[in-house]
Design a protein around this ligand. Structure first.
Ligand SMILES: Nc1ncnc2c1ncn2[C@@H]1O[C@H](COP(=O)(O)OP(=O)(O)OP(=O)(O)O)[C@@H](O)[C@H]1O
Length: 319
């Protein structure tokens, strides 16, 4: 699986990606030409509060889709639900989602991973105390959640350790972490941790990789490298779905952007059109008005005035 031998997807060509998505309707919940993930009626309530209420969402195969939205919009909860780490409140009332044609409704997190939909995990305390290599071996089990620590080294892969170790080394080399393989994962820098999280997720050859804030805490020197890795995955045919707050990153690498606000899908489309969408600007302004949407041109006089009025109103409330 060296980089030179990796097959390139037809969608490695930006013109092909633009052509594929050009005719796609930008109404939230629109149908896609070849969706790998289709979600219907996912609702999650915490007490009286509705954290997620997504009626319909399709994620196109083979491209990079960003899921954005202000703090508390429900993005992480949505990730947890579709990967089997949480159960929808609507489980008995019409929640349905499928990945690559297979229904996932009541599937466990490890079965979701086996179906080919794998999310990255932040390095928890327990994972930090393991070496980089052991983190990779954990990824080979299909899913690296802390619950899996219980069965660490109860090898599902007995007899194939060698092949799996070779694969881990190849991936570590690709992500420039090979020389760290015997170090504790906790000793890595913020950016290196993100690379390890990605490398670990790739151990199970996912069809779709889900990244939760891949750029958080990454220094500028590694940002470019991480972005390059994400684009390479797409170019080799892996579908990418990622949550990210940095709008410059979203603009730079996304082929499509879906926006959540207050649990609902409120907009979708190519980055430029989504970020100039009134509903999106309002959602961000409503949640926290210091958000950088990655394009100062959006700061029209009207928007600036709106922000000033909101700040003045808040200050008045406080006094
Ligand atoms: N386990 C929980 N118990 C109660 N409320 C929760 C729980 N998990 C999430 N919430 C609430 O659900 C809402 C959605 O949270 P979520 O973390 O999914 O948003 P988010 O879009 O990922 O936000 P951020 O961008 O800040 O990470 C928030 O109001 C949050 O407080």
């Amino acid at each position: 699986m060296s980089e030179s031998t990796m097959a390139r997807s037809d969608l490695a060509d930006p013109t092909a990606r633009r052509a594929l998505m050009a005719g796609v309707d930008t109404t939230p919940g629109s149908t896609k030409p070849d969706p790998i993930l289709v979600v219907d009626n996912i609702v999650r309530q915490f007490g009286g509060m509705t954290a997620v209420d997504v009626e319909h969402l399709e994620v196109q195969r083979g491209i990079i889709t960003a899921l954005i939205g202000p703090n508390g919009a429900g993005k992480t909860t949505f990730f947890n639900l579709i990967t089997g780490f949480d159960r929808p409140s609507s489980a008995k009332t019409g929640a349905h989602w499928s990945f690559d044609g297979a229904t996932l409704d009541k599937t466990s997190a490890s079965s979701v991973a086996k179906a080919g939909m794998v999310r990255t995990f932040q390095l928890t305390k327990a994972l930090s105390r393991m070496t980089v290599m052991d983190n990779m071996m954990l990824g080979a089990q299909g899913q690296a959640g802390e619950n899996l620590l219980k069965c660490v080294f109860k090898p599902m892969w007995r007899g194939q350790e060698r092949a799996i170790e070779d694969k881990a080394k190849e991936l570590l080399a690709r992500f420039k972490l090979l020389e760290k393989k015997d170090d504790y994962a906790g000793s890595l820098s913020g950016g290196q941790r993100k690379l390890l999280e990605m490398a670990r997720a790739l151990m199970s050859d996912p069809k779709m990789i889900m990244l939760d804030e891949p750029m958080a805490g990454v220094n500028p020197a590694l940002t470019q490298s991480l972005l390059g890795h994400i684009q390479s995955l797409r170019d080799e045919g892996t579908t990418v779905l990622f949550v990210e707050h940095d709008m410059h990153v979203v603009r730079h690498i996304s082929d499509w952007v879906a926006v959540m606000a207050e649990g609902k899908l409120v907009a979708e489309g190519p980055a430029d059109s989504v970020m100039s969408d009134r509903a999106v600007i309002d959602a961000y302004l409503g949640a926290h008005h210091d958000t950088d949407l990655g394009d100062d041109a959006l700061l029209t006089d009207e928007v600036v005035e709106e922000i000033e009025q909101q700040v003045a109103a808040e200050q008045e409330d406080k006094s």
